[in-house]
Design a protein around this ligand. Structure first.
Ligand code: CDP
Ligand code: MG
Length: 148
């Protein structure tokens, strides 16, 4: 099993797309192993998006990501990192298939609904940056009991 780190971004929170997106992951056999809301700080974002701080769009990205609280998730599945990136679609929603999260809900390359780790190394770093080990859980799956 593999873990990936996801942020449901401020646009997703305001547009009430949280449930739809979590359903997509659950329907694809991802387990939620950690979840919390957080108001991200500019300092934390500088670390999370360290590879982008020199980009001309960085001030807009910082502004957007601090607009309101976000939902932070750790999701576990076979091949979770690559499969989550496939489910969310490419960075620019205009290039994303309509059945992907960004294709369905994204407004622009900036306001693109969701973050998911892009490699094993970044998943490991991002999970430990946002969650303590004691905040991560595993819950054994049970089928819905038949109603009698
Ligand atoms: O999120 P993803 O890994 O697909 O893309 P990234 O290159 O790591 O960029 C991180 C985030 O910066 C994106 O998800 C966008 O919100 C934003 N971005 C932007 O506003 N304009 C760009 N040209 C590239 C990224
Ligand atoms: Mg990225």
């Amino acid at each position: 099993m593999e873990r990936t780190f996801v942020i449901l971004k401020p646009d997703c929170m305001a547009q009430r797309n949280v449930g739809d997106i979590i359903s997509r992951f659950e329907a694809n056999d991802f387990e939620i192993v950690a979840a919390k809301m957080a108001q991200l700080s500019k300092d934390l974002l500088k670390t999370h998006y360290a590879h982008l701080t020199h980009q001309p769009f960085y001030p807009a990205l910082e502004e957007f990501m601090t607009e309101r609280p976000v939902l932070l998730l750790v999701l576990e599945a076979e091949n979770a990192i690559v499969r989550a990136r496939r489910l969310i679609g490419p960075t620019n929603p205009e290039h994303a298939a309509k059945n992907t999260v960004r294709g369905a809900f994204g407004a622009s390359t900036l306001r693109n609904v969701i973050h998911a780790s892009d490699s094993r190394e970044s998943a490991k770093l991002e999970i430990s940056r946002f969650f303590a080990e004691t905040e991560i859980f595993h819950i054994e799956k049970e089928e819905v009991p038949a109603f009698v």
